[in-house]
Design a protein around this ligand. Structure first.
Ligand SMILES: [Zn+2]
Length: 271
């Protein structure tokens, strides 16, 4: 071992230094290269050049976990690490409602999922409570995993319209332009939940139309959920229906899960 190198237990290193910046800095002062076995897969030998890390991070907010991820290139190990340590935070930040944070592809049959996986954009149709939002959340989680750093938004149609409306207030903090940008340019993947639940006016329809048609033109991933049928959407707004024709449509059938669950609960409660 050359001078400045230290045989090291990485697990211990991560534990000690990730909690304290001072401790991390002290290590970098003393030791320039660490060599040891990867604490996650316990297979690969890993060498970490602390000097370069220190330079990269300028000694500020150094995160040894991040450093390590760059260093152990084993895919299985990196994936396992990401699944455990990073993915849950990505989901938390994605905007997906708490209720659907755990929604994943495995919750659906192959047949149900088949179309969703290949499509750029999907429209999930079905009655109340068949699991449309659950599927939208699973779809979002799927892309968060496959496209690290993807920018996502989740918004219900009524909330989107209230964002628009707020932008017209005299003391509004965001302009209409900023609202449009938030849900188009600034968002790689949008879930527009519960289309048709909003109050329908000419104005609300054109606001929804702007968002959908801009996203289609920019080839941005979009998921719309609705309990309207395509025929109803055609009556509701032919322009929106024509935009939705560009989406892969998935129809979820089945009994109302929420109603069933409620019923089961009541059954349990009764003697
Ligand atoms: Zn590893």
């Amino acid at each position: 071992m050359s001078p400045g190198q230290e045989k090291f237990d990485f697990g211990e290193f991560l534990k000690r230094t990730s909690s304290s910046k001072r401790e991390f800095d002290a290590y970098v002062e003393k030791v320039s290269v660490l060599a040891g076995i990867c604490p996650f897969c316990k297979k690969k030998k890993v060498t970490i050049n602390l000097d370069s890390i220190y330079r990269d991070s300028k000694g500020l907010n150094s995160n040894p976990d991040k450093v390590f991820r760059k260093t152990c290139g084993d895919k299985e190990c990196t994936d396992a690490f990401r699944l455990k340590e990073i993915f849950p935070h990505e989901i938390d930040r994605s905007g997906v409602p708490l209720l659907y944070r755990n929604a994943r592809k495995k919750d659906f049959t192959e047949k149900q999922w088949f179309l969703a996986e290949k499509a750029l954009s999907i429209a999930i149709l079905g009655k109340n409570g068949v699991g449309k939002s659950h599927m939208a959340a699973a779809w979002m989680a799927h892309w968060i995993w496959y496209i690290p750093g993807i920018k996502t938004e989740w918004i219900s149609a009524p909330k989107l319209l209230s964002d628009f409306r707020d932008s017209y207030n005299r003391d509004a903090r965001t302009s209409e332009k900023q609202v449009i940008k938030k849900y188009t340019n600034d968002c790689d993947l949008l879930v527009l939940d519960d289309l048709g639940a909003e109050k329908i006016t000419d104005w609300s329809l054109s606001a929804l139309y702007i968002i959908l048609s801009d996203r289609i033109e920019m080839c941005l991933r979009t998921c719309v959920t609705t309990n309207l049928t395509m025929e109803q959407i055609l009556n509701y707004e032919p322009r929106i229906a024509s935009r939705l024709m560009a989406f892969t449509r998935i129809k979820l059938e089945g009994d109302d899960q929420r109603i069933l669950q409620g019923r089961r609960k009541n059954e349990r409660r009764s003697p």
